[in-house]
Design a protein around this ligand. Structure first.
Ligand code: PMP
Length: 425
């Protein structure tokens, strides 16, 4: 592509000099963001972008109710969790009222990674085993232990001996399209192998909408067979709700609800505080007690009153603004619009998802995943004021995941722009 303008090139070089190799920026020509509101973000030149990427500011960027709750609480009291505080206790009760029995204990953390790390430790303590099963393009976070169960993070490092990876629940891979049997069968084989090698099976952990695997939500209920397999083997089922949680799938607050299952452990993060760093683990009291007998748990910032205020405001906004219904309705409308583009083209292999989480596969003339086309579209969309990302094993699936206050006219703008970009190609 064209070289960066000298001023921008200098800016990028300066950033590289400080943050180094871990500094990864989006886009060939990076964007400097200065503010955001609702579904829009604004760059340093005042250009407006429709955000179709970001599930963190899930109730809308800079939502006034969340901003006000955080500001009010931080001006009064912000301490760790070893004192009684009303905001933390009220939030825990409010959040736990949204979970099915027997999921009645909440441990608060600051990131999804910490939550999954804790979930792994709880599963190890409960089972006395150390083996985990995950999907092959899974991402569950960045701690040492959680990186081990995140194959999508493994560039040149092999997946460690206590981890087994199984294919994503893609109907195109499942014999006869039976996703439930395919997924549960692969899980069973992975468990058998862990047992045979003397490692043992502690838990299977899945993102219940399989975000980094390419977004797989259907058919509803397909995870039931996997839960049965895990339990029969004496292990746990951990639902990572960092991506689908808090209403995104348009059918209740949690992705696991779509499958009619009750996980043993649920982890959450990202949208929980609408950008305020907060995350958590919900599990059964018996499992948490077993773990706490071994090592206990303390998290300095997790569950502080400001986090609780942010989280509480998020739950209120979801309810007050009817965001779950909006995710369902606008999501269905959006998916239908994307499917009309697919009807006329050979380079789109599938459109799928639930609520406001939709995946769109790009394929080449031979029907193979086309990462080049996905990258081209992502950059062309940016030029036209739309932010979007990719997912899947081959990076060829558009990951369509806007804030939940997304409106039908936002969906129209996206569909019209994508259609034009593909037509002009
Ligand atoms: N689980 C899933 C499914 C995620 O997508 C992510 C973040 N992308 C995490 C866990 C880790 O969360 P965090 O970045 O807050 O540590």
């Amino acid at each position: 592509g064209a070289a960066l303008a000298p001023e921008l090139a200098a800016r990028v070089a300066r950033r590289q000099a400080t943050f180094g190799a871990s500094s990864v920026l989006f886009y060939k020509e990076p964007i400097e963001m200065v503010r955001a509101e609702g579904v829009f973000m604004y760059d340093a030149h005042g250009k407006r972008y429709l955000d179709v990427y970001n599930n963190v500011p899930s109730v809308g960027h800079s939502h006034p109710a969340v901003a006000e709750a955080v500001a009010r609480q931080i001006a009064v009291l912000n301490i760790h969790t070893r004192y009684l505080t009303k905001p933390a206790e009220a939030y825990a009760e409010k959040l736990l009222s949204k979970f099915p029995a027997p999921l009645s204990n909440l441990t608060m953390t600051c990131t999804g990674s910490e939550s999954n790390d804790l979930a792994m430790r709880i599963a190890e303590a409960a089972t006395g085993k150390r083996g985990f099963v995950v999907t092959r393009a899974a991402y569950h976070g960045n701690t040492h232990h959680v990186t081990a169960i995140s194959p999508s993070s493994m560039k040149s490092k092999p997946v460690p001996d206590f981890v087994r990876v199984i294919p994503e629940p893609d109907p195109a891979l499942a014999p006869g399209g039976d996703v439930a049997a395919f997924f549960a069968g692969n899980l069973q084989a992975a468990i058998d192998d862990l047992e045979e090698k003397g490692i043992g099976f502690a838990a299977v952990i899945v993102d219940t909408i399989f975000s980094s695997d390419g977004i797989f939500a259907d058919p509803p209920g397909f995870l039931q067979a996997a839960v049965e397999v895990a339990h029969k083997a004496g292990g746990l089922f951990i639902a990572d709700e960092v991506q689908p949680g808090f209403g995104r799938t348009g059918g209740g607050l949690w992705g696991f609800s779509r499958h009619g299952i009750v996980p043993d452990i649920v982890t959450m993060g990202k949208p929980m505080g609408n950008g305020f760093p907060m995350a958590g683990v919900v599990t059964r009291p018996d499992l948490l007690s077993l773990f706490c007998e071994e090592t206990g748990y303390f998290n300095t910032f997790g569950g502080n009153p400001v986090a609780a205020a942010a989280g509480s405001a998020v739950l209120d906004v979801i309810e007050r603004e009817g965001l779950i219904d909006n995710a369902r309705d606008v999501g269905a409308y959006f998916k239908a619009g994307l499917s009309t583009i697919m009807g006329n083209r050979r380079d789109i292999g599938a459109v799928r998802g639930a609520g406001l989480f939709i995946g769109l596969d790009f394929i080449d003339a031979d029907g193979r995943p086309d990462q080049g086309l996905a990258t081209f579209v992502i950059n062309a969309m940016k030029e036209r004021g739309i932010l979007i990302g990719a997912a899947g094993l081959w990076g060829s699936t558009l990951k369509i995941r806007p804030p939940l206050c997304f409106a039908k006219d936002n969906a129209d703008f996206f569909v019209d722009t994508l259609r034009a970009i593909l037509a002009e190609r």
